[in-house]
Design a protein around this ligand. Structure first.
Ligand SMILES: NC(=O)c1ccc[n+]([C@@H]2O[C@H](COP(=O)([O-])OP(=O)(O)OC[C@H]3O[C@@H](n4cnc5c(N)ncnc54)[C@H](OP(=O)(O)O)[C@@H]3O)[C@@H](O)[C@H]2O)c1
Length: 140
């Protein structure tokens, strides 16, 4: 598949898996918008990956912030071709050892965040063409 100059959005980009995904895409000449919350890690990643990587400090559970970012960054002539929902939280413990707050954190990041980000691109995608969307979700 020729991915030259395609545009990708990768969440959880500062995780090991996110870095591997962003690196692999950039090696294929894809422009990557990498999302995580901690700017320091994102900036270090930009130094490592170069100018094909744009760091985006964003909380994926904040639907309003996502909407604003998408509106300010993308247009009909500059739309993501690939969206990878990799950001997530996994509290690896038994159900009776999991607090309600931890459960809500997982649902918010893993499910709501995926919905907020992906759905925010639908109007633009409808005006352009079909995208590839990959979600890596973990639920217990
Ligand atoms: N590791 C495993 O064994 C495993 C197994 C199956 C599935 N998974 C799933 O694969 C994905 C990556 O796993 P991992 O172990 O590499 O995770 P990780 O090291 O904990 O990294 C999570 C990533 O998501 C970002 N993130 C978390 N919450 C966020 C939020 N609310 N808004 C924006 N960014 C957020 C983190 O950056 P910031 O903290 O800077 O925001 C980080 O880049 C996750 O979805 C995880 O649930 C992992």
């Amino acid at each position: 598949m020729n991915l030259k100059r395609k545009i990708a959005v990768v969440t959880g980009v500062s995780s090991e898996f996110g870095i591997a995904l962003a690196s692999a895409l950039i090696a294929k000449d894809v422009l990557v918008y990498g999302i995580a919350r901690k700017l320091e890690k994102l900036n270090a990643l930009q130094t490592q990956l170069g100018k094909s990587f744009t760091p985006v400090a964003l909380e994926i559970t904040d639907q309003k912030a996502i909407t604003v970012w998408v509106k300010n960054t993308f247009s009909e002539s500059h739309t993501p071709d690939i969206i990878i929902n990799n950001a997530g939280i996994g509290y690896l413990r038994k159900m009776d050892e999991l607090s309600q707050e931890q459960w809500h954190q997982m649902i918010n990041a893993n499910l709501n965040g995926t919905f907020y980000l992906t759905s925010s691109f639908v109007p633009l995608r409808k005006k352009t063409r079909i995208s590839v969307t990959l979600s890596i979700l973990i639920l217990f």
